[in-house]
Design a binder for this molecule. Sequence first.
Ligand SMILES: [Zn+2]
Length: 177
Amino acid sequence: MGRYPRSLPSVLLESGNFDGLNGYKRRRRGVIATHSVRLMANLLSPEQRSRLMALIKCRDTGPELRLRRALWATGLRYRLRPKLPGKPDLAFLRAKVAVFVDGCFWHGCPLHGHQPKSNSGYWAPKLARTQERDRVANAALEEMGWFPLRVWEHETNAGLAACVARIVEAVCQRMKR
Ligand SMILES: [Zn+2]
């Protein structure tokens, strides 16, 4: 809890145009829900916004943790945050499979990614850069003989078992090479 700025919830609650309570509940569980982040980001000053984004980027996210726990349960072992292009969340070193858990908003998921209408001059280039970085990282990994495997944040909910199956299958396939 201590890692989050205490002033945020009141900033949000006073604004009156967001799903504050749900966002707050999730935040208390250690997860800042993406859509709440998006809504709150437009209410903050540039300085508050960049501090918030740094916080979001540097800590374990709910979706990533869910996936990690499920993968760990399979018995396969992975390296966390390997030093590889695009900073994958985890990697299977021998199989050379790099796994990314991509946030639906930031990385432009076809189901949930959309451009915010307010402040679009700020968001549009930022989102485009993130997605371009993903493409560059994938290409760099492939160049190095790695297999980049990306799962969407939303797939780590109901689709978690399918995600794990996809990853296990990729790892097994590549171990056979
Ligand atoms: Zn999604």
